[in-house]
Design a protein around this ligand. Structure first.
Ligand code: 13P
Length: 251
């Protein structure tokens, strides 16, 4: 019913030659992965090259961010969703915790970027997740609910068809500490309940919710076995073609 999404977020790790090498190595390794939507997210300046090299393959190319405004305008340093589409992007990761933490990205900015992404016809992978202190204070659900409600504010039922949510607990990102499959399931079910309140049951039941945070070939299967886990947003383990392919081919 919900087609899984396995997305690799390459963050700011690869030079162009390395990105091309990984993308080309990945291509044959995931060529038969019809069970899921495969996505990789290189940095802005590599998108066109990677998208061209992957043309005709089943690998989708995502950006890691986009501008909050759509219009071609005076916005030095920004890249619009339409420009990303123009160079071969199909998805945009929005509101990653590194952007929220290091670049003070607010829920309001996430909402504007998400709307921009949708207006341009692309799919948005909207990231949410609590910090360790928030989880320890028993506030994880409250924090995630606020991010979901505010990040997706004003979106219609039709808009929601192109929304993918990624739950990435900040304490599990790049730390080797994965949320247990039970912790992931619990939060994913909670997010689906929030979506039921904001957009109704049909939308909630059809929205893909990915887990992110130290996903590896060793733990993907158990995570995917959880009822409400519909895929993964992978950082470190997506940098190597073989390890990412193992995650894609988890079945
Ligand atoms: P790691 O898989 O390296 O923990 O990163 C997760 C992440 O931030 C993906 O967006």
């Amino acid at each position: 019913m919900r087609k899984p999404v396995i997305a690799g977020n390459w963050k700011m790790y690869k030079l162009l030659s390395e990105a091309v090498e990984t993308a080309l190595a990945l291509k044959p390794l995931v060529a038969n992965a019809n069970h899921c939507e495969v996505v990789i997210a290189p940095v802005f300046v590599q998108i066109k090259t990677i998208a061209d090299r992957l043309e005709g393959s089943n690998i989708n190319v995502a950006a890691q961010d986009c501008a909050p405004v759509e219009k071609q305008s005076a916005n030095t340093g920004e890249v619009s969703a339409e420009m990303l589409k123009d160079v071969g992007c199909s998805h945009i990761i929005i509101g990653h915790s590194e952007r929220r933490q290091f670049y003070a990205e607010s829920d309001n900015a996430v909402n504007q970027k998400t709307k921009s992404c949708l207006t341009s016809g692309l799919k948005a992978i909207v990231c949410v997740g609590e910090m360790l202190a928030e989880r320890e204070a028993g506030k994880a659900e409250e924090v995630v609910k606020t991010q979901v409600v505010n990040g997706l504010a004003g979106l219609t039922t039709a808009d929601m068809e192109r929304i993918i949510i990624a739950y990435e607990p900040v304490w599990a990102i790049g730390t080797g500490k994965t949320a247990t499959p039970e912790q992931a399931q619990e939060m994913h079910a909670f997010i689906r309940q929030v979506l039921t309140e904001t957009h109704g049951k049909v939308v909630a039941d059809s929205t893909r919710i990915l887990y992110g945070g130290s996903v590896k070939p060793e733990n993907i299967k158990e995570l995917m076995n959880q009822e409400d886990v519909d895929g993964a947003l992978v950082g470190g383990a997506s940098l190597d073609a073989n390890s990412f392919a193992q995650i894609v081919n988890y079945k």
